[in-house]
Write a protein that binds this ligand. Structure first.
Ligand SMILES: *Cc1c(COP(=O)(O)O)cnc(C)c1O
Length: 431
């Protein structure tokens, strides 16, 4: 047995399939975000613009959030000192959980070390606690939810993506009495499409099922107080468990669930991936709390409006230039390439020739043949940044002989959006 060979071969297979991933060595600049430094080699660094961050609202560099983190670190120290059961429950974490429960209008919330862990822990624990449970899981659910479904002993069935008729068929088949858990996302981050939450809740009620929803790509970003798509649509109270992350819209790190006291207490008491791992440090909890509070207020609503404006502007400008933007009703801007190698070549060219950083999205994150660029405009991308992005993508599309859309729709967008744009930081950045 030549151990080394096994690993080398595994990597070669990925390289053959053009799935081998290379991480760009970046240095974000808190003051100049979305600008960053790209450490191209040991002694060569270049300024670039980030266009694929999931720090959607730039809260990770917000002065109030940075202030909360540094102050809490100075006051409480850096680590948390243990698991929650040993000595990891610090006051900032307790405050954060109360803030999150309030955000989603639930009795309680529980914070985990990541969103990935919160899905794994909660879905598997609920699936095991409900006797003879059937888990009904959307076909496009994120890996962390799939891992949670697999980890539990419950039987599982996959329903076609956002397909209410298929979901209803599976619910009816299981019967009214059997325990059932419907697991889905509010906003799917690779296509940018949104689930019919109210209708799924209707089905859950009719067939006596529980609902579990991942709002990771929507918390902070949608709803009058940043409670997500469910808050926007007025259906938060109709979902049993809402799961979110602190790492995307809230710009820090960690994950959570918000639910009834009974559910939260059961997960807290039974989930190994909650019990046996060190708690989030108090400084991270304090920073996240500041971001959550900020986004509940008027300034948060203004930041959300600006974020939507820049996302819509980017979509419209790229479409108008004939680039194949995949239509959707959210802030995600996917541009179809349809080939792994070309997708990688396009992103390399964007970085090397145009100083634009976008990661290629290839299989297994998306299906083969639907490889794409996933662009995430933020509130601090200026209109000039958008114009540069469009020119650069058009150049790359010509250089790689990628196909343009024949008759692009040109939409009058900008003037209307500008009327709503009052965010002071943006105005400063734009000058
Ligand atoms: C990113 C992501 C997660 C995991 O959240 P982290 O806090 O990054 O671990 C969970 N669900 C979905 C849909 C995600 O995209």
């Amino acid at each position: 047995m030549v151990y080394r060979r096994i690993f080398d071969d595994a990597i070669s297979r990925l390289k053959d399939e053009r799935r081998y991933r290379v991480f760009a060595d970046l240095e974000r600049d808190a003051e100049a975000f979305p600008r960053a430094l790209w450490r191209r080699s040991k002694d060569c660094a270049e300024e670039i613009v980030i266009w694929c961050s999931n720090d959607y609202l730039c809260m990770g560099r917000h002065p109030d959030v940075i202030g909360a983190m540094t102050q809490a670190a100075a006051r409480h120290g850096v680590g948390s000192g243990g698991t929650r059961n040993i000595s990891g429950t610090n006051h900032p974490l307790v405050e954060l959980e109360a803030e999150l429960a309030d955000l989603h209008g639930k009795e309680a919330a529980l914070v985990f070390t990541s969103g990935w862990i919160s899905n794994l822990a909660t879905i598997s624990t609920i699936g095991d606690l409900l006797p003879n449970c059937l888990i009904l899981s959307d076909q496009l659910n994120h890996n962390s939810m799939i891992e949670g479904v697999r980890r539990s002993k419950a039987e599982r069935k996959i329903f076609r993506h956002n397909d209410l008729a298929h979901l209803e068929e599976l619910l009816a088949e299981a019967g009214h009495e059997r325990a059932k858990l419907i697991v889905f996302e509010s906003l799917y981050s690779m296509n940018g499409d949104i689930a019919p939450i109210g209708q799924i809740a209707d089905l859950a009620k009719r067939y006596n099922a529980m609902t579990y929803m991942d709002e990771v790509h929507a918390v902070g970003l949608y709803g009058p107080r940043g409670g997500g798509i469910a808050e926007r649509d007025g259906v938060m109270d109709r979902i049993d468990v809402i799961e979110g992350t602190l790492a995307k819209g809230f710009g820090t790190l960690g994950g959570y669930i918000a639910a009834s006291e009974a559910i939260v207490d059961a997960v807290r008491s039974y989930a190994p991936s909650f019990i046996f791992t060190t708690a989030l440090p108090p400084a991270v909890a304090a920073a996240a709390n500041t971001a959550v509070r900020f986004l509940k207020q008027r300034q948060g609503a203004e930041l959300r409006a600006l974020h939507q404006r820049q996302a819509m502007l980017t979509k419209h400008a790229l479409s108008a230039a004939g680039l194949p933007v995949m239509a959707n009703p959210s802030h995600i801007v996917p541009v179809l390439v349809g080939d792994a190698e070309l997708c990688k070549a396009a992103t390399d060219m964007l970085l090397e020739r145009h100083s634009i950083y976008i990661q290629p999205i290839n299989y297994p994150t998306v299906a083969k043949g639907t490889e794409r660029l996933r662009i995430t405009p933020g509130p601090l991308h200026t209109d000039a940044h958008v114009a540069h992005l469009v020119e650069s993508l058009v150049d790359v599309w010509h250089s790689l002989k990628l196909s343009f859309v024949e008759k692009p729709k040109i939409l009058e967008f900008k003037r209307e959006a500008d009327a709503h744009c009052t965010y002071p930081e943006f105005k400063r950045a734009a000058e």
